[in-house]
Design a protein around this ligand. Structure first.
Ligand code: ATP
Ligand code: MG
Length: 138
């Protein structure tokens, strides 16, 4: 796989009823869905997924939030997927996100910020494999 990114619609956006609207923005952005599911992270899953942030002051809050309810996990394909998807979702803090971005439109706060997007091609692959088996990716 190349030109892929991994995303989650986070528990806030699922609870707020934004799954359909966010998938619509992803489709409008010309991303092709390679894998998709509604699931929920355990505390252990969330700790492992966000391991790089273990020393940050918000780690506990982040793990608790990310395991607090269902999420949508997806693998998306497009040329330049990682960078283009991060442009589509906007800045981590929705207050700083550009107009029309997913976080500007749907996020609650810097912590509960509606969506995840991979930060590199290497991490996109690691994250896709963390959430999906080979037979779930098309
Ligand atoms: P993500 O990795 O979820 O796509 P990001 O790459 O924009 O987000 P990171 O710096 O990787 O941002 O932070 C991971 C997540 O940790 C953020 O999306 C947010 O949910 C949470 N987070 C980051 N900074 C803060 C903060 N200052 N306070 C609370 N939560 C934060
Ligand atoms: Mg990140």
């Amino acid at each position: 796989m190349s030109n892929i990114t991994f995303t989650m619609i986070k528990p806030d956006a699922v609870a707020d009823g934004h799954i359909g609207a966010i998938l619509g923005k992803i489709a409008e952005g010309d991303f092709k869905i390679k894998a998709l599911k509604l699931t929920q992270l355990t505390v252990a899953d969330a700790k492992k997924f966000y391991e790089v942030h273990a020393e940050r002051p918000f780690y506990g809050e982040l793990v608790e939030f990310m395991s607090s309810g269902p999420i949508v996990a997806a693998v998306l394909e497009k040329d330049n997927a990682v960078e283009d998807f991060r442009t589509l979702i906007g800045a981590t803090n929705p207050a700083e996100a550009a107009e029309g971005t997913i976080r500007k439109m749907f996020a609650r706060s810097i912590g509960e910020n509606a969506v995840h997007g991979s930060d590199s091609d290497e991490n996109a692959l690691i994250e896709a494999r963390f959430h999906f088996s080979g037979r779930e990716i098309f």
